[in-house]
Ligand binder design. Structure first.
Ligand SMILES: NC(=O)c1ccc[n+]([C@@H]2O[C@H](COP(=O)([O-])OP(=O)(O)OC[C@H]3O[C@@H](n4cnc5c(N)ncnc54)[C@H](OP(=O)(O)O)[C@@H]3O)[C@@H](O)[C@H]2O)c1
Length: 280
Protein backbone atom coordinates (compact mmCIF):
# COMPACT_ATOMS: atom_id res chain seq x y z
CA UNK A 1 0.00 0.00 0.00
CA UNK A 2 1.07 3.57 -0.73
CA UNK A 3 0.07 6.24 1.79
CA UNK A 4 -0.22 9.96 1.09
CA UNK A 5 -0.31 12.51 3.92
CA UNK A 6 -1.91 15.89 3.23
CA UNK A 7 -4.19 14.00 0.85
CA UNK A 8 -6.87 16.69 1.11
CA UNK A 9 -4.47 19.40 -0.10
CA UNK A 10 -3.67 20.53 -3.64
CA UNK A 11 -0.48 18.53 -4.07
CA UNK A 12 -1.76 15.41 -2.28
CA UNK A 13 -4.98 15.30 -4.30
CA UNK A 14 -3.13 15.81 -7.57
CA UNK A 15 -0.54 13.13 -6.71
CA UNK A 16 -3.36 10.69 -5.97
CA UNK A 17 -5.07 11.47 -9.31
CA UNK A 18 -1.81 10.56 -11.11
CA UNK A 19 -1.27 7.48 -8.91
CA UNK A 20 -4.75 6.23 -9.80
CA UNK A 21 -3.54 5.87 -13.39
CA UNK A 22 -0.94 3.33 -12.19
CA UNK A 23 -2.18 1.73 -8.95
CA UNK A 24 -5.49 0.19 -7.84
CA UNK A 25 -7.47 2.54 -5.54
CA UNK A 26 -7.55 -0.14 -2.84
CA UNK A 27 -3.74 0.11 -2.64
CA UNK A 28 -3.80 3.85 -1.88
CA UNK A 29 -4.19 5.18 1.67
CA UNK A 30 -5.27 8.83 1.86
CA UNK A 31 -4.23 10.25 5.24
CA UNK A 32 -6.26 13.34 6.17
CA UNK A 33 -7.31 15.18 9.29
CA UNK A 34 -10.82 15.69 7.91
CA UNK A 35 -12.17 12.67 5.95
CA UNK A 36 -15.14 14.72 4.69
CA UNK A 37 -12.76 16.61 2.44
CA UNK A 38 -11.96 13.45 0.45
CA UNK A 39 -15.38 11.83 0.06
CA UNK A 40 -14.66 11.61 -3.71
CA UNK A 41 -11.65 9.38 -2.96
CA UNK A 42 -13.76 7.22 -0.65
CA UNK A 43 -16.28 6.72 -3.46
CA UNK A 44 -13.45 5.65 -5.76
CA UNK A 45 -12.44 2.92 -3.29
CA UNK A 46 -9.34 4.44 -1.68
CA UNK A 47 -8.59 3.69 1.96
CA UNK A 48 -9.18 6.82 4.04
CA UNK A 49 -7.44 7.16 7.41
CA UNK A 50 -7.82 10.07 9.79
CA UNK A 51 -4.67 11.48 11.40
CA UNK A 52 -3.33 14.80 12.61
CA UNK A 53 0.38 15.71 12.53
CA UNK A 54 -0.06 16.94 16.14
CA UNK A 55 -1.38 13.55 17.34
CA UNK A 56 1.27 10.84 17.22
CA UNK A 57 -1.16 8.03 18.13
CA UNK A 58 -3.35 8.79 15.09
CA UNK A 59 -0.27 8.70 12.82
CA UNK A 60 0.88 5.33 14.17
CA UNK A 61 -2.52 3.87 13.21
CA UNK A 62 -2.60 5.62 9.84
CA UNK A 63 0.66 4.08 8.57
CA UNK A 64 -0.21 0.47 9.55
CA UNK A 65 0.56 -1.97 6.71
CA UNK A 66 1.93 0.80 4.46
CA UNK A 67 4.99 0.03 2.26
CA UNK A 68 5.67 3.42 0.69
CA UNK A 69 4.66 6.86 1.90
CA UNK A 70 4.52 10.36 0.50
CA UNK A 71 5.05 12.74 3.41
CA UNK A 72 3.76 16.15 2.39
CA UNK A 73 5.32 18.91 4.45
CA UNK A 74 3.08 20.76 6.89
CA UNK A 75 1.67 24.24 6.35
CA UNK A 76 0.42 27.32 8.21
CA UNK A 77 2.44 26.85 11.39
CA UNK A 78 5.55 28.43 12.92
CA UNK A 79 8.93 26.75 12.52
CA UNK A 80 9.01 25.01 15.93
CA UNK A 81 5.51 23.58 15.47
CA UNK A 82 6.43 22.47 11.94
CA UNK A 83 9.50 20.63 13.24
CA UNK A 84 7.47 18.95 15.99
CA UNK A 85 4.65 17.89 13.64
CA UNK A 86 7.01 16.47 11.03
CA UNK A 87 8.99 14.60 13.68
CA UNK A 88 5.72 12.89 14.68
CA UNK A 89 5.14 11.80 11.07
CA UNK A 90 8.70 10.50 10.61
CA UNK A 91 8.60 8.59 13.93
CA UNK A 92 5.26 6.99 13.03
CA UNK A 93 6.57 5.91 9.61
CA UNK A 94 9.71 4.42 11.17
CA UNK A 95 7.64 2.63 13.81
CA UNK A 96 5.65 1.00 10.99
CA UNK A 97 8.78 -0.13 9.07
CA UNK A 98 7.89 1.75 5.90
CA UNK A 99 10.16 0.72 3.02
CA UNK A 100 10.41 4.02 1.11
CA UNK A 101 9.65 7.61 2.16
CA UNK A 102 9.11 10.35 -0.43
CA UNK A 103 9.21 13.76 1.26
CA UNK A 104 8.35 17.20 -0.15
CA UNK A 105 11.13 19.52 0.92
CA UNK A 106 12.30 22.94 -0.28
CA UNK A 107 14.71 23.87 -3.06
CA UNK A 108 18.35 23.90 -1.93
CA UNK A 109 17.40 22.77 1.58
CA UNK A 110 20.19 23.44 4.06
CA UNK A 111 20.60 24.81 7.59
CA UNK A 112 20.55 28.54 8.42
CA UNK A 113 18.48 29.74 5.48
CA UNK A 114 16.64 33.03 5.72
CA UNK A 115 13.37 31.31 4.82
CA UNK A 116 12.32 29.51 7.99
CA UNK A 117 10.35 26.90 6.00
CA UNK A 118 13.50 25.70 4.26
CA UNK A 119 15.28 25.26 7.56
CA UNK A 120 12.35 23.30 9.03
CA UNK A 121 12.20 21.02 6.01
CA UNK A 122 15.95 20.42 6.04
CA UNK A 123 15.50 19.38 9.68
CA UNK A 124 12.87 16.82 8.56
CA UNK A 125 15.21 15.54 5.81
CA UNK A 126 17.81 14.86 8.50
CA UNK A 127 15.27 13.04 10.68
CA UNK A 128 14.28 10.85 7.73
CA UNK A 129 17.91 10.06 6.89
CA UNK A 130 18.51 9.06 10.52
CA UNK A 131 15.78 6.39 10.29
CA UNK A 132 17.89 4.61 7.58
CA UNK A 133 14.69 4.07 5.57
CA UNK A 134 15.31 4.62 1.82
CA UNK A 135 14.15 8.13 0.91
CA UNK A 136 13.54 10.43 -2.02
CA UNK A 137 13.47 14.17 -1.35
CA UNK A 138 11.56 16.45 -3.67
CA UNK A 139 13.21 19.80 -2.98
CA UNK A 140 10.53 21.92 -4.60
CA UNK A 141 11.00 25.49 -5.69
CA UNK A 142 8.00 27.82 -5.50
CA UNK A 143 4.80 26.64 -7.15
CA UNK A 144 3.57 28.60 -10.15
CA UNK A 145 0.13 28.02 -8.67
CA UNK A 146 1.23 30.08 -5.61
CA UNK A 147 1.67 33.19 -7.78
CA UNK A 148 -1.93 34.46 -7.41
CA UNK A 149 -1.50 34.48 -3.61
CA UNK A 150 2.01 35.90 -3.82
CA UNK A 151 0.98 38.89 -5.95
CA UNK A 152 -2.12 39.71 -3.85
CA UNK A 153 -4.48 42.09 -5.69
CA UNK A 154 -1.93 42.98 -8.40
CA UNK A 155 -4.29 41.93 -11.21
CA UNK A 156 -6.55 44.83 -10.13
CA UNK A 157 -3.89 47.41 -9.16
CA UNK A 158 -1.12 46.50 -11.64
CA UNK A 159 1.35 46.60 -8.73
CA UNK A 160 3.11 43.62 -7.16
CA UNK A 161 4.03 44.96 -3.72
CA UNK A 162 6.64 42.48 -2.51
CA UNK A 163 10.05 42.92 -0.81
CA UNK A 164 12.02 40.53 -3.03
CA UNK A 165 14.52 43.04 -4.49
CA UNK A 166 16.07 41.51 -7.59
CA UNK A 167 15.94 37.97 -6.17
CA UNK A 168 14.92 35.32 -8.67
CA UNK A 169 12.48 32.41 -8.35
CA UNK A 170 12.58 29.22 -10.45
CA UNK A 171 8.78 28.68 -10.42
CA UNK A 172 7.62 25.11 -11.10
CA UNK A 173 4.14 23.67 -11.69
CA UNK A 174 2.59 21.91 -8.70
CA UNK A 175 0.65 19.64 -11.06
CA UNK A 176 3.90 18.61 -12.75
CA UNK A 177 5.40 17.91 -9.32
CA UNK A 178 2.40 15.69 -8.49
CA UNK A 179 2.89 13.68 -11.69
CA UNK A 180 6.63 13.30 -11.03
CA UNK A 181 5.89 12.12 -7.48
CA UNK A 182 3.47 9.47 -8.79
CA UNK A 183 6.20 8.26 -11.15
CA UNK A 184 8.75 8.05 -8.34
CA UNK A 185 6.32 6.19 -6.05
CA UNK A 186 5.72 3.54 -8.71
CA UNK A 187 9.30 3.09 -9.97
CA UNK A 188 12.07 1.38 -8.04
CA UNK A 189 15.02 3.54 -9.05
CA UNK A 190 14.74 6.57 -6.78
CA UNK A 191 15.97 5.32 -3.41
CA UNK A 192 18.24 7.72 -1.51
CA UNK A 193 17.98 10.46 -4.12
CA UNK A 194 17.67 14.20 -3.59
CA UNK A 195 15.90 15.97 -6.44
CA UNK A 196 15.97 19.74 -6.89
CA UNK A 197 12.57 20.39 -8.49
CA UNK A 198 12.55 23.73 -10.29
CA UNK A 199 11.56 25.50 -13.46
CA UNK A 200 14.19 25.66 -16.19
CA UNK A 201 14.82 29.34 -15.54
CA UNK A 202 14.41 31.78 -12.69
CA UNK A 203 12.67 35.16 -12.83
CA UNK A 204 12.90 38.37 -10.78
CA UNK A 205 9.60 39.89 -9.69
CA UNK A 206 10.23 42.74 -12.17
CA UNK A 207 10.35 40.11 -14.93
CA UNK A 208 7.32 38.30 -13.51
CA UNK A 209 5.31 41.57 -13.51
CA UNK A 210 6.18 42.24 -17.17
CA UNK A 211 5.23 38.69 -18.14
CA UNK A 212 1.82 39.08 -16.51
CA UNK A 213 1.07 42.39 -18.23
CA UNK A 214 3.08 45.24 -19.81
CA UNK A 215 1.32 47.65 -17.40
CA UNK A 216 2.22 45.70 -14.27
CA UNK A 217 5.08 46.85 -12.03
CA UNK A 218 6.94 45.27 -9.16
CA UNK A 219 7.22 47.63 -6.18
CA UNK A 220 10.02 46.46 -3.89
CA UNK A 221 8.45 47.64 -0.63
CA UNK A 222 10.34 47.68 2.69
CA UNK A 223 10.06 44.63 4.97
CA UNK A 224 8.33 46.69 7.66
CA UNK A 225 5.65 47.91 5.29
CA UNK A 226 5.10 44.35 4.00
CA UNK A 227 4.79 43.15 7.58
CA UNK A 228 2.26 45.88 8.43
CA UNK A 229 0.19 45.00 5.36
CA UNK A 230 0.13 41.30 6.34
CA UNK A 231 -0.84 42.16 9.93
CA UNK A 232 -3.70 44.30 8.59
CA UNK A 233 -5.14 41.10 7.04
CA UNK A 234 -5.35 39.59 10.58
CA UNK A 235 -2.61 37.03 9.81
CA UNK A 236 -1.10 35.63 13.07
CA UNK A 237 2.29 37.15 13.90
CA UNK A 238 4.20 33.84 13.68
CA UNK A 239 2.90 33.34 10.14
CA UNK A 240 3.68 36.97 9.25
CA UNK A 241 7.29 36.28 10.34
CA UNK A 242 7.32 33.14 8.19
CA UNK A 243 6.08 35.09 5.15
CA UNK A 244 8.59 37.90 5.70
CA UNK A 245 11.34 35.28 5.98
CA UNK A 246 10.19 33.85 2.65
CA UNK A 247 10.51 37.24 0.95
CA UNK A 248 13.96 37.65 2.54
CA UNK A 249 14.92 34.21 1.25
CA UNK A 250 13.77 35.08 -2.26
CA UNK A 251 15.75 38.36 -2.13
CA UNK A 252 18.86 36.43 -1.10
CA UNK A 253 18.49 33.98 -4.01
CA UNK A 254 17.32 30.98 -1.99
CA UNK A 255 14.69 30.12 -4.65
CA UNK A 256 16.81 30.85 -7.74
CA UNK A 257 18.44 27.46 -8.30
CA UNK A 258 17.53 25.76 -11.60
CA UNK A 259 17.78 22.12 -12.62
CA UNK A 260 16.29 19.91 -15.35
CA UNK A 261 15.49 17.06 -12.95
CA UNK A 262 11.72 17.40 -13.25
CA UNK A 263 11.96 16.99 -17.03
CA UNK A 264 13.83 13.72 -16.48
CA UNK A 265 11.25 12.47 -13.96
CA UNK A 266 8.34 13.40 -16.24
CA UNK A 267 10.10 12.28 -19.43
CA UNK A 268 8.66 15.40 -21.11
CA UNK A 269 9.04 19.20 -20.89
CA UNK A 270 7.48 20.67 -17.73
CA UNK A 271 4.93 23.51 -17.90
CA UNK A 272 6.59 26.79 -18.75
CA UNK A 273 5.89 29.90 -16.63
CA UNK A 274 4.79 31.93 -19.66
CA UNK A 275 2.22 29.25 -20.53
CA UNK A 276 0.98 29.10 -16.93
CA UNK A 277 0.55 32.88 -16.71
CA UNK A 278 -1.85 32.82 -19.68
CA UNK A 279 -4.34 31.07 -17.36
CA UNK A 280 -4.38 33.91 -14.78
N1 LIG B 1 6.82 25.22 -2.95
C1 LIG B 1 5.81 26.05 -2.76
O1 LIG B 1 5.61 27.06 -3.49
C2 LIG B 1 4.85 25.80 -1.68
C3 LIG B 1 3.75 26.66 -1.52
C4 LIG B 1 2.83 26.35 -0.54
C5 LIG B 1 3.04 25.24 0.28
N2 LIG B 1 4.12 24.46 0.09
C6 LIG B 1 4.38 23.24 0.90
O2 LIG B 1 3.93 22.13 0.12
C7 LIG B 1 2.90 21.42 0.83
C8 LIG B 1 1.85 20.95 -0.15
O3 LIG B 1 1.31 22.07 -0.84
P1 LIG B 1 -0.24 22.18 -1.12
O4 LIG B 1 -0.39 23.24 -2.15
O5 LIG B 1 -0.82 20.85 -1.35
O6 LIG B 1 -0.78 22.75 0.29
P2 LIG B 1 -2.28 22.65 0.82
O7 LIG B 1 -3.24 22.57 -0.32
O8 LIG B 1 -2.47 23.75 1.81
O9 LIG B 1 -2.31 21.24 1.59
C9 LIG B 1 -1.69 21.06 2.82
C10 LIG B 1 -2.16 19.74 3.37
O10 LIG B 1 -1.56 19.53 4.64
C11 LIG B 1 -2.57 19.09 5.53
N3 LIG B 1 -2.24 19.42 6.90
C12 LIG B 1 -1.85 20.62 7.40
N4 LIG B 1 -1.69 20.53 8.73
C13 LIG B 1 -1.98 19.25 9.08
C14 LIG B 1 -2.01 18.56 10.30
N5 LIG B 1 -1.73 19.16 11.48
N6 LIG B 1 -2.33 17.25 10.30
C15 LIG B 1 -2.64 16.62 9.13
N7 LIG B 1 -2.65 17.23 7.94
C16 LIG B 1 -2.33 18.53 7.92
C17 LIG B 1 -3.79 19.85 5.08
O11 LIG B 1 -4.97 19.29 5.63
P3 LIG B 1 -6.37 20.10 5.64
O12 LIG B 1 -6.96 19.93 4.25
O13 LIG B 1 -7.15 19.45 6.69
O14 LIG B 1 -6.04 21.54 5.92
C18 LIG B 1 -3.67 19.66 3.57
O15 LIG B 1 -4.12 18.39 3.19
C19 LIG B 1 2.37 22.42 1.87
O16 LIG B 1 1.82 21.73 2.96
C20 LIG B 1 3.62 23.22 2.20
O17 LIG B 1 4.43 22.56 3.15
C21 LIG B 1 5.02 24.70 -0.87
Amino acid sequence: MIAITGASGHLGKAAIQFLLQKVAPTNIVAIVRNPEKVSDFKQKGLIIRQADYNKYGTLIQAFKGVEKALQISTIGVDIETAKRQEKNVVKAMAENNIKHIVYTSMVQARPNTLFQGTEAQYHTEELIKATKIPYTFFRNSMYMEAIPELIGNALQTNEIRYPSGSGKVSFVSRTDIAEAIANVLTENTHQNQIYEITGNRAYTFDELAKLISPEMKHIDIADNLFKEELISYQIPLAIVELLVSMANGIKAGEFSHTSNTIEKLLRRKPLDLVEYLKSL
